[in-house]
Design a protein around this ligand. Structure first.
Ligand SMILES: Cc1cc2nc3c(=O)[nH]c(=O)nc-3n(C[C@H](O)[C@H](O)[C@H](O)COP(=O)(O)OP(=O)(O)OC[C@H]3O[C@@H](n4cnc5c(N)ncnc54)[C@H](O)[C@@H]3O)c2cc1C
Length: 384
């Protein structure tokens, strides 16, 4: 497996690093404190071509592939975790259109999604169906010329700011998994209410809301893929999303290590910088090793995802889950160690690491909790 990058790929990853250092990192705390979506950051990604890295040139993309894309998600997240999460969720939602959409859907939406004029949200979870997403109850009743949607979705990132939703609903709950169907729906459609905003432990710069559909009529051409095949769309999107979360968590971990490393060289106790104590050095060494291992796992999954292309049978389910699980478990540990190295200053809201630690927790929960990732890994092992 070759993780080396072409000249084009290297160039964009270098550009993303510069953007992360110079534009995103200095504003991370301010944006999170303000508790609102940063259109400036999102447009910055669009203008730099970062939103189009997984998309063909004919739709305004740069088609650089999963390896360069996931490294870019890491870099963006190192600068600002909220923007990194948005990049990942937006890209996986837009990819569902590229993979399963009609030519008309691609032509209508992709270009706007690449430039950052349009933001997408991924609308799967429901108040009573999180891990058990296949049990979802939001109903899409077939009516003349389209479908009528009724039901409530929960915990939807960027629902307030997005223009376009990729939504999962069932044609009839009695059909079980065979009823699940995917739709592309504009947010300003009549019958959609973006409801309760969830107060969260961290990551306030990415709002998370409920969405309520009440007799929401959508025409037939909102169908994404085939009726009853929505679970395939969700699973394929989520394996890509999990690689994105692994990269997001790795970026957050790297930022925490960078902050702690710099602090340990400046902070003097017992007349020496604390980095001279072996107890601190071992923490730094373990943090770096965990980050590197998580990075390699997501690079492997990204390489295989790129190789799989549109062949759903080759989707690297196990590798994506391993990367997500390891990189996010590591992230909480690395961030906690960064706080520990910085002592009281690590615990202070005036330094960024307590914020990174609060945010790191959610990476173990969303895009499928780490318990569910372990179930998926075990299921793949037992298959053979
Ligand atoms: C900040 C945030 C943003 C989110 N963004 C989105 C989004 O944009 N779109 C979207 O659709 N969803 C989103 N989610 C929802 C997220 O995907 C779900 O929270 C997640 O899938 C877990 O579901 P749950 O919270 O309902 O937990 P539950 O499914 O109720 O699980 C509770 C606990 O039980 C464990 N558990 C459940 N089943 C099993 C099992 N079979 N074996 C072992 N343990 C199990 C879980 O791991 C967890 O620890 C977001 C969530 C958060 C917190």
């Amino acid at each position: 497996m070759d993780f080396s990058l072409s000249e084009n790929e290297l160039e964009i990853v270098e550009l993303v690093k510069e953007i992360a250092d110079n534009e995103l990192a200095p504003r991370m705390v301010e944006i999170d404190e303000a508790s609102r979506f940063s259109w400036d950051n999102f447009k910055l990604l669009g203008n730099a071509g970062i939103l189009g890295m997984l998309f063909p040139e004919k739709y305004g993309g740069t088609d650089l592939g999963y390896l360069a894309y996931s490294l870019s998600v890491e870099e963006v997240s190192r600068g600002d975790f909220n923007t990194g999460l948005t990049l990942s969720v937006h890209s996986m939602s837009a990819l569902a259109i590229l993979k399963f959409g009609t030519d008309k859907q691609k032509e209508t939406y992709l270009q706007r999604l690449m430039t950052g004029d349009y933001l997408m949200a991924f609308v799967l979870s429901e108040p009573d169906f999180g891990s058990d997403a296949a049990g979802l109850q939001c109903r899409a009743e077939k009516v003349d010329g389209g479908y009528k949607l009724n039901g409530t979705k929960a915990w939807i990132s960027n629902a307030e700011d997005a223009h376009l939703f990729v939504v999962w609903a069932t044609l009839d709950p009695k059909l079980g998994k065979k009823g699940i169907t995917t739709f592309i729906i504009e947010k300003d459609t009549e019958g959609i209410e973006v409801a309760k905003k969830e107060p969260k432990m961290g990551g306030e710069g990415t709002a998370t809301n409920q969405i309520i559909f009440t007799d929401c009529f959508i025409p037939d051409d909102c169908l994404l893929g085939e009726e009853g095949r929505g679970l395939r769309v969700a699973l394929n999107s989520l394996s890509g999303g999990r690689i994105g979360v692994a990269a997001n968590a790795t970026g957050v971990s790297q930022r925490a290590l960078d902050e702690a490393l710099a602090y340990s060289q400046e902070r003097v106790q017992f007349d020496v910088p604390i980095c001279e104590f072996q107890g601190i050095q071992w923490k730094l060494a373990d943090m770096d090793t965990m980050i590197e291992a998580g990075r390699l796992l997501y690079q492997k999954a990204a390489y295989l995802k790129q190789y799989a292309g549109n062949d759903l049978d080759l989707d690297p389910i196990k590798e994506a889950s391993q990367a997500k699980c390891f990189a996010t478990d590591s992230c909480l540990h690395v961030c906690s160690e960064a706080v520990q190295i910085m002592g009281a200053y690590g615990y202070s809201r005036e330094y960024p690491v307590e914020r990174l630690m609060r945010y790191s927790k959610v990476t173990q929960i969303f895009e499928g909790s780490n318990e569910i990732q372990r179930n998926l890994i075990a299921r793949e092992l037992l298959k053979d």
